[in-house]
Structure formats: C-alpha cells, structure tokens
Design a protein around this ligand. Structure first.
Ligand code: PLP
Length: 460
C-alpha cells in the first residue's frame, strides 16, 4: 500500500451489511438530527471503484489508466485511485493542486486540456507537470513561452456525431491540420510525444475507437517523417459507467484491443494510455435526497365543474437538490433520474402522477416529470443510483460550494484486495466473481414503475 487511503477514510463494511443498510442508518440519523438539517448526501462504495479497475486491467491489459479528475474530484475517489496506481488527468491548476496535495507525484499527472490559461501552464512548469496537450498553434506559442520543457500530446478530433455528449465540437485538431501543427512544433523546438483523442460520451458505436486509433497511426507517421519521436497514444475517455449501458465496456475493450493489434502492435514501443472518468465512478455513488416541500395540483378535467377529493391530481415534490447541483446531468447529459423509494409501496397503494423539482426558484430546476409515485411526505427520502459522474465537483462549480456530504464505504473483501492489489491475472478463478463481493452490494431493485408518459432514458 502506498498510503494514500487509510482505514479511517471510509466505513468498513462487514459481510452481510449492504450499502442499503448504511443508507438507512444515515437517513435515519439525518432525519433525527436536531442541529444541522441535511437535505441530501451521497454514499460512495469505494469497493465498486476497485472492482472497476480490476475489470479494466483484465479487459485492456495493454492500456495504462489515468483518471479524469473533473469527473469526480472527491478525496475518497482520488485516494483509492492513487492507491491503485492510476495516473491523473487534470484540466486546470486547481485539479493539479488537488492531486498533488494528496501526494501524487508530478510524473503521474497529465495536464490534458488543449486550451489552457497561461497562469496554469506556468503552474505546471513550476511543479514538474511536463505532459500537456494541444490542438492549435496559439497553444503551442503559449507553451513555448511559459513551459519550454513541456512534452506535448497532439489532441486529434474524432467523428463523434453520434455521441450523446460531443467533445470534438470544442477540442481536437482535424487530421488535415495535423501536419502543419507538427511542422510548427518542430520549428519552435517543441517536442510532440504523442496523440490523444476523445470519442465523446455515450458513443453508440465502439468502432469509433478503432477509427480514431487508425487516424492516430496516420498522425504518428506524419510525426516520424518530421522527426518527432512519438511514443504515447492516449485513447481518452467515453467508456460507460453503468452496468446496463447500450454498449458494454467489454465490447468496447475488444474493439480497442483488435485495433491496437493492427495499428500499434505489441513491441512497437508506444505507451498506450486512457483517461477515464465516468467508467470508474458512476455506479459507485448513490444519492439520498429528502423531500423538503410538497404541493398537490388538481388536474383540469373538461366538462367537470366541481373539484372533489377524488378529482385527479398530480403531486409536485420539492427536493433538497436539483439540476443546478448534483442533478446537472439532466441539463448536460439528457439524464432522466429514476428514484428508488426506501419503502416499497404495497400493490393497493394508489399511484399519482408526480414531478420532482430542485430547491432553486427557477422554472428550469426540474429533476423528473411524469413519474407515478405513491403519496410521499415531507421528510421522506428518495434514493438515486449511478450518481458518481460529474455530480461532485461540477455541482460545486455551478453553485460555488459543495453541499452534499459523502460517506465512503468499502467491504473488507475489497479493502483486502486493494491491499494485496490482486490482479485478475494472478487469481484468474476469482476474477469473475471478484466483481460482486468487492462491492458493498446495493440489493434493492424496486425502482419505481414509470407512467406511460415517461420512459427513463439511460444516462449514458
Ligand atoms: N479526457 C478528456 C480530455 C476529457 O475532456 C474527459 C471528459 O470530458 C475525459 C477524459 C473523461 O471522459 P469520460 O468521463 O467520458 O470517461
């Protein structure tokens, strides 16, 4: 163990105790708290992060994993990933400071933002972060001036038009402009050591990775012709974070492995790496949010003049968190959060058309509509799974402060596996089974049935 993560950083979950038990304890505690009113909190299963990494090592044995800090910069996540030996991909000075603060050496940090603030480039230079990315001439000029010993990775645009969230609209040089950029770098004595790309999030076609790897090969050849010694290929992120993603991680990995064998075969001297965000953290975080207010709205019925107690109504619930906070994925990722109730409703309980709203006085702060829920009450808790990606950190950026407390948990099995760094290859028999017991195990599946007007789309 390198000592980034300590036993005191998380709740050790013993056999027979699940994340659900922990969540119930915490919601009970929060409901009874007299001093501080808690409206929302996370439970983070660090064992799930460990399990993800073991699956990564098994499926992509040639790829070195870096973690995209912007995705979830909470200390428990950073420490467990540092303990697992990952490198870190940072988008700005604050992220570099954060990972250096927990003791990660500069050699394990990539400043992977093709468009950087000069002050942040200077910070990288001063603190020994040498690997930086770029996709345009202006950026090269900035680096020549502020960080002459930097080693640059050329970020290439991808064909990501089918991805849910596209990155190449903002970042990435076209293949056509790469030669010109490589020539300029050579002229300015800037070392270009590799190529990176990002296929965007929620890409429905794993072949997008294969195409980008093929494009990267072309750029490597251009670089070699111009005298650049390129030896890094960065596959970016975009890997799914949920188990039931349309395209499974294993399927993507298999496409990548075949493309690597073709374009960057073993022994070619190229170091392959990837910068994953949501893959590691999405499923590890569960959010509990309390209902802070409630309103019943009678539905208009043509031809009916009087309102009675049996008139159809819909229920508007106000929650302690909304789209300006941890539910920002509703705005940015077209997510449709589906709540889990703590108490399973009986079959006799009537269901009402319901909507969930955040605490901000804005008509846009709508978390979910068209849900069919039983009568819930102020003070009840709703639970949302798969809440680990772009919730912690992004929410705080939007609102200026992080409000949701995080309780980290890990099963003893996961902790021991982490201590022993039991790689799947070393204990192949357990590799498959390792996926389950490592996690604390969130066992309930009573996600509420949705009404006919609403079909929950997958986040990815
Ligand atoms: N690398 C870069 C350059 C990114 O911008 C991002 C996310 O935007 C990532 C990696 C992580 O992506 P994901 O969370 O889809 O894995």
């Amino acid at each position: 163990m390198a000592g980034y993560l300590r036993e005191t950083d998380f709740v050790m979950v013993e056999e027979g105790f699940s994340t659900r038990d922990l969540l119930e304890e915490l919601t009970l505690g929060a409901s009874q708290a007299t001093t501080e009113e808690v409206a929302a909190f996370f439970v983070a299963d660090l064992g799930a992060v460990v399990r993800k990494h073991f699956c990564f090592l098994k499926c992509l044995p040639r790829v070195r994993s870096f973690y995209a800090v912007k995705c979830n910069s909470s200390p428990g996540v950073l420490k467990v990933l540092a303990e697992l030996g990952l490198g870190f991909s940072c988008a700005n000075k604050a992220e570099m400071e954060l990972v250096q603060h927990i003791g990660v050496p500069a050699s394990k940090i990539i400043y992977a933002n093709p468009c950087k603030q000069i002050a942040h480039i200077k910070y990288a230079a001063k603190h020994g972060v040498r690997l930086l990315s770029f996709d345009n001439e202006m950026e090269l000029a900035k680096v020549v001036k502020s960080h002459p010993s930097a080693k640059m990775v050329l970020c290439v645009a991808t064909e990501d038009s089918h991805s849910l969230s596209r990155l190449s609209l903002k970042f990435g040089a076209s293949l056509k402009s790469c030669r010109h950029l490589l020539e300029n770098a050579k002229r300015d004595h800037v070392e270009v050591v590799g190529v990176s790309f990002h296929i965007g999030s929620g890409c429905p076609d794993p072949q997008a990775y294969a195409q980008s790897i093929a494009d990267a090969r072309v750029v490597f050849e251009m670089g070699a012709e111009l005298g650049h010694r390129m030896h890094i290929l960065d596959l970016g992120g975009g890997f799914p974070g949920v188990e039931d993603a349309k395209v499974r991680f294993e399927e993507i990995a298999s496409v990548i492995n075949s493309a690597l064998d073709l374009y960057f075969p073993e022994g070619c001297g190229v170091d392959i790496l990837a910068k994953l965000g949501r893959y590691y953290v999405t499923s590890a975080f569960t959010l509990a949010v309390s209902i802070i207010a409630k309103k019943e709205v009678l539905l208009d019925q043509p031809g009916r003049e009087e309102e009675t107690s049996s008139s159809p109504k819909s229920v508007v619930y106000h929650l302690g968190e909304g789209v300006y906070g941890v539910f920002n994925s509703v705005l940015f990722d077209s997510a449709c959060p589906a709540p889990i109730l703590q108490k399973k409703p009986s079959t006799e309980q009537p269901l009402y058309s319901s909507s969930l709203w955040g605490p901000v006085a804005s008509g846009c702060d709508c978390v979910a509509e068209g849900l069919w829920l039983p009568q819930l009450h102020v003070g009840d808790w709703l639970v949302f799974e798969n809440m680990g990606a772009y919730t912690v950190g992004v929410g705080s950026l939007l609102r200026g402060a992080q409000t949701c407390r995080i309780t980290y948990a890990m099963s003893r099995v996961a902790w021991e596996a982490l201590q022993g760094q039991l790689l799947p290859a070393e204990q192949d028999e357990d590799a498959e089974g390792m996926c389950k017991p490592l996690s604390c195990g969130w066992e309930i599946t009573d996600t509420l049935c949705m009404g006919p007007v609403f079909t929950p789309a997958s986040i990815m």
